[in-house]
Design a protein around this ligand. Structure first.
Ligand code: ZN
Length: 417
């Protein structure tokens, strides 16, 4: 058993000045006041006055796009996609494996314990997830019938594997990249195979207007009609949503994933996050891919999400620190279908991080410190499923030099192709 001591603690529900967490196998045995810690024999970890909190759940990503970081910067979404798609057409399996491992290195370093990924060659992504110890919900970003069919084999090979750390979802890239037949087929197969789903939804004004022209309804109504929301669905972006659209997501238990940096960088707009929450939608946070962000730092997204809503609504009381933390932790875990993750409580999975910046020793308000002061690189320990993956500069499941070198090799050959 591991005991984290000499820590401030934010469990997701409460904060403790003098806290303690005990991890037994892959689960939390105790998380609370130091004085209440059960007696026992432990391997002690000195937190040196840092803050332990639930790990971060990156609920929308295209991890292997580390190989396309910076491609098409400063362009509109469609022009950017027109630069990205030809490069992706040359991707090989090994590239996706190497690019994903670089992304995992980046995420573990910054306290991300789980990610929801939509890409290609997802067997390679699953292999990288299994080997590195991170948690993930994976899907192929389908746009045709063959793609949808291929998810059956992916599910059989990986769903529930690695002690339950890997989940497979039905993936449909977006309304505008597939036909209604394909969308209906994907929804039908998701129901048949018992899978959740992952889509891009209402990311830009032009996508939303285009959907109105093509189908006479909003993207959210379109996906309701094809039956996609019959299964729990991760909906990335949700920038252009009517009240009715929000009601559709809420009543079907679909999750909206807010990607503030990506939405601002691609000038897509500002999602009405506060409004979505008021409507009862589960709202989580994502980085989106590294070529539209360009870094996989959920800590940064958490702060941006909060101050962006405050500025947009001219109201500092909205999206407070606790809301932002919940989006990045519990709501993300829920969106990805990891029901026993996202909060530090007895019996829950031990996915946690230690945030330690000695210069921020005075912290009367722990949630505020985590959201408004802390940065991704302040993370000094990342634990997933009870296993330490990163601690004080050392990666336990990855060789950083080799990971970077291999990704660099993949990047060079991709750009030469
Ligand atoms: Zn995306």
């Amino acid at each position: 058993m591991i005991r984290l001591e000499n820590i401030h603690l934010y469990t997701g529900e409460a904060a403790f000045e003098n806290g303690c967490v005990v991890v037994d196998g892959d689960r939390i045995l105790y998380a609370g006041e130091w004085d209440g810690c059960p007696a026992g024999r432990y391997d002690s970890i000195d937190g040196r006055g840092g803050i332990v909190m639930p790990g971060l759940y990156n609920a929308h990503c295209h991890a292997a796009m580390t190989l396309e970081r910076g491609v098409g910067s400063d362009l509109h979404l469609m022009d950017w996609l027109n630069q990205v798609f030809p490069i992706e057409a040359n991707l090989k399996e090994r590239d996706v494996y190497d690019g994903t491992k670089l992304a995992i290195l980046e995420m573990i370093r910054r306290g991300v314990v789980s990610f929801a990924d939509m890409y290609y060659f997802m067997d390679e992504v699953a292999r990288a997830v299994e080997e590195t110890g991170i948690r993930a919900n994976l899907c192929r970003g389908c746009s045709d019938l063959q793609g949808v069919d291929s998810i059956s084999a992916l599910k059989d090979a990986w769903d529930g594997k690695a002690n339950g750390r890997i989940r497979i979802s039905m993936g449909l890239h977006a309304e505008y990249t597939s036909t209604m037949d394909v969308a209906q087929y994907a929804a039908q197969k998701a129901r048949e195979w018992g899978l959740s789903a992952h889509i891009h939804l209402a990311e830009t004004r032009s996508e939303t207007m285009g959907c109105m022209e093509r189908h006479g309804c909003t993207p959210a109504e379109y996906f309701r009609r094809v039956g996609m929301f019959d299964v729990p669905t991760i909906c990335a972006h949700c920038v252009y949503m009517t009240d009715e659209d929000m009601g559709i997501l809420a009543s079907h238990g679909a999750s909206a994933i807010h990607n503030p940096t990506s939405n601002l960088k691609l000038a897509s707009g500002i999602a009405k996050v506060t409004h979505l929450m008021e409507k009862g939608v589960n709202v989580a946070l994502g980085t989106d891919g590294p070529s539209s962000n360009n870094v996989l730092d959920l800590m940064a997204e958490m702060k941006l999400a909060s101050i962006l809503q405050k500025g947009a609504l001219e109201d500092p009381t909205v999206l407070n620190a606790h809301d932002a933390l919940k989006m990045a932790t519990l709501n993300g875990a829920k969106a990805m279908g990891f029901a026993d993750c996202g909060v530090l409580a007895p019996g829950k999975k031990a996915d946690l991080i230690l945030v330690n910046d000695e210069t921020l020793a005075i912290c009367p308000d722990i949630p505020a410190e985590l959201v408004y002061c802390a940065q991704g690189l302040d993370v000094t320990l990342t634990m997933v499923d009870g296993r330490i993956l990163y601690r004080d500069g050392e990666f336990m499941t990855l060789d950083p030099k080799e990971t970077v070198a291999r990704a660099m090799e993949a990047y060079r050959s991709l750009m030469r192709a």
